[in-house]
Design a protein around this ligand. Sequence first.
Ligand SMILES: Nc1ncnc2c1ncn2[C@@H]1O[C@H](COP(=O)(O)OP(=O)(O)OP(=O)(O)O)[C@@H](O)[C@H]1O
Ligand SMILES: [Mg+2]
Length: 373
Amino acid sequence: MSKVELKHIDKFYGEAHVLKDLNLTIEDGDFMTLLGPSGCGKTTTLRIISGLERPQNGVMLIDGVEMINAENAYYADPAKRGLNLVFQSYALWPHMTVHDNIAFGLKIQKLPKDEVDRRVRESLKMMRIEQYDGRYPNELSGGQQQRVAIARAVASNPKLLLLDEPLSNLDARLRIDMRSELQRLHRQLGTTIIYVTHDQTEALTMSTKIALYRAGELAQVATPMELYMNPCNLEAADFIGNPRINFLEGKAVYENGKLHVKTNIGEHDFDKSLMTDQEIPNGEFDVVVAVRPEQITFADATKPGAFPVKIYANQPAGSETLISLQAGESTFIAKAIGLVHYEIDQDVYIYIDPDKMNVYDAKSTNLIKRAVI
Ligand SMILES: Nc1ncnc2c1ncn2[C@@H]1O[C@H](COP(=O)(O)OP(=O)(O)OP(=O)(O)O)[C@@H](O)[C@H]1O
Ligand SMILES: [Mg+2]
């Protein structure tokens, strides 16, 4: 178990400022996922933590012990940092069996043979690949090799496990299975895990915390539920969620402790207690109201708060149906569980719980009214 603190980390590759004053604390026992689009600096962060890369500025502590102090040009030996890194491309030794690939690092640590065998067996079992013990890497599929790479990292019993897109080579079904395995592994080992992915579903399903990157900076660090329900700005909101969150443009005014918002889906008043600490413009200002597709329900016309809209299109997909709706100039999508059917241009009523709406200041793009979780 270990706690990792990154403080004021800057990383340049030549002129390119790849990490910009990065501050991130990973608590003991966290499953922290670094999430963001390609090229935003996730792998670079892992390489700095592991010691494969040196930042130009900043400090890193593991369990309160300084491992990096760029100002003093101090960089602790990677081998002494007590961590294990599994890369996107898992390099297994081709001339060794699965068993020996995993045992190799343990033998170097001079563990007794019984202990080595026990750890190999346990880690293979954990990754559900016991049957491949005697095979060579070229006798395994990409997904199986990836699991061996994770087993090898787990077997060394690291206090910190760094995983860089470890599921990228698996097919969709195995990826879902492996998400469960990794979650259980985390629970079983209690190890702090730092996990890199650009797949938001992976991040939302496994992590205890998510650090959302935006071009070398952190946009938001939060629990999966908080990130999903209250993305801190429009860009974060747009990145998280599939199907995407709906944006509805509107006008707002903040008066007498209430935010009054008007959009094509009606007028809503929000209490001061739901406001974030972002500054609110004076007078009338432009807002964007964000609503998740699953928060839109079809309702009876008589329900208080029900709002008339038109069906634009209906997309049944078996387990769920996406329904495009139109209200004035705004189009947006509702998601219903199972098969539902509406006719194009049919008039219906919808209801959205105002508590679940997010309101963003259109100019600053920051969240000003939170959804209740
Ligand atoms: N050794 C290097 N030399 C020069 N530029 C580099 C080097 N390594 C990474 N970069 C650049 O730094 C930026 C961040 O790279 P990084 O690998 O951290 O991205 P990432 O978030 O892991 O992306 P991906 O999801 O594609 O793996 C990119 O623009 C990349 O081109
Ligand atoms: Mg990467």
